[in-house]
Ligand binder design. Structure first.
Ligand code: TXA
Ligand code: MG
Length: 337
């Protein structure tokens, strides 16, 4: 398939391709998404094929205005509405009981649907021209790091999709916070830019699903199907090192060889003897979030790297979102010093 490249100004054209049943990779403020007309079952099925995504992993429907959610869900509980009022348009996805309008293939047979109103202007314009919700998972080949740059999408999907929209680098760099209102207490299924602390200050107690920080057994039932798949895994083996800068530097300098790379913070860099890539300043979790997936992709291009020692981020605020992706990339292997 010949993949067309689109640029800002081509939003109407993108919507036309979607309306004809095509699939188009589009920028959002979190990561790039691979979009299809969310009400067209055949178009949505093409997303699963292009990504190599398991069909039991449901998709997020993206809407242009917060009130558009009313067509897609049967009720919006008060706490969900408070979060919508505070964080939309933005990096928050809510999971609520779905209406009949939502095709089965979007919610992978579940009774619920995931909905997000993104803030990225290109994405919003395309949804407005289409006049329908856009179903979109992250625009990577399943299992690879989510794409935060146009070049990442081109690398994964050129020749597999109808078009890729070059919208520059994603502002935040990690996927949205996913929160479910299925149970009595709201539950964070995936941490992101909108933090647990921010959410609790508005609606009180929320649960962090155990799958956010822990390994899910193969046969265990999970609330978010995406949690059970291998994710973000580079070719090299990754081990997370939980420690302060000094101990981390000692450890990697003692245990590295010519095939080892340190995925560290800016402050560690000067004292590390072997190969290293920094994913930001230790104190700047927004910078870490923005650079994290790009760092994993850079490592994947370095054939000589067989082992990665990754410095562990903080586990609160946005740090929890980075930690959630990092431990998946490491297959949950952590060394505490
Ligand atoms: O920031 C984002 O959320 C990006 C951009 C493109 O919007 N999208 C994204 O989609 O990350 P995806 O498909 O890669 O991740 C969506 C996650 C998956 O883990 C999926 O299992 C979960 O949300 N999910 C979707 N619908 C669900 C539902 N009805 N119940 C539980 N989990 C659901
Ligand atoms: Mg994804």
């Amino acid at each position: 398939m010949k993949t067309q490249i689109l640029y800002p100004g081509d939003e109407k054209l993108a919507a036309e391709i979607l309306l004809r049943g095509g699939i188009v990779a589009l920028p959002t403020e979190t990561v790039y998404g691979l979009g299809a007309d969310g009400l067209n079952e055949n178009a949505v099925k093409k997303i699963f094929v292009a990504k190599g995504r398991p069909s039991d992993n449901p998709l997020i429907l993206h809407i242009a205005e917060p009130e558009d959610i009313l067509d897609l869900v049967s009720e919006v509980p008060k706490k969900a509405q408070i979060l919508i009022d505070n964080f939309w348009p933005g990096a928050l996805t809510v999971i609520l009981p779905r209406t009949d309008l939502v095709p089965n293939v979007v919610s992978a047979g579940l009774e619920t649907v995931a909905v997000r109103c993104p803030s990225n202007e290109v994405m919003r314009k395309v949804i407005k021209y289409l006049k329908r919700p856009i179903a979109a998972p992250s625009a990577n080949i399943s299992g690879k790091p989510s794409p935060t740059k146009f070049s990442h999408v081109l690398n994964d999907l050129d020749g597999k999709v109808d078009a890729i929209f070059d919208g520059g680098d994603c502002e935040f760099g990690l996927e949205s916070t996913v929160i479910s209102f299925d149970g009595e207490v709201p539950r964070i299924l995936r941490p992101g830019k909108v933090t647990k602390e921010q959410i609790e200050s508005l609606i009180g107690e929320v649960i962090i699903d155990p799958a956010v920080t822990g390994k899910v057994a193969k046969d265990q039932k999970v609330l978010s199907p995406g949690m059970k798949y291998k994710h973000y895994a580079p070719r090299a083996k990754v081990i997370v090192i939980k420690s302060d800068s000094g101990k981390y530097i000692d450890y990697v300098n003692k245990n590295s060889d010519e095939n080892t790379l340190s995925l560290c913070f800016d402050e560690d860099k000067a004292k590390i003897k072997g190969m290293c890539i920094s994913y930001g300043k230790e104190s700047d979790d927004e910078e870490q979030a923005r650079l994290f997936f790009d760092s994993l992709r850079k490592i994947d291009k370095m054939n000589e790297v067989k082992l990665v020692f990754a410095r562990c981020p903080r586990k609160d605020g946005i740090g929890l979102a980075i930690y959630n992706r990092l431990i998946r990339s490491a297959g949950f292997e952590v060394i505490e010093l």
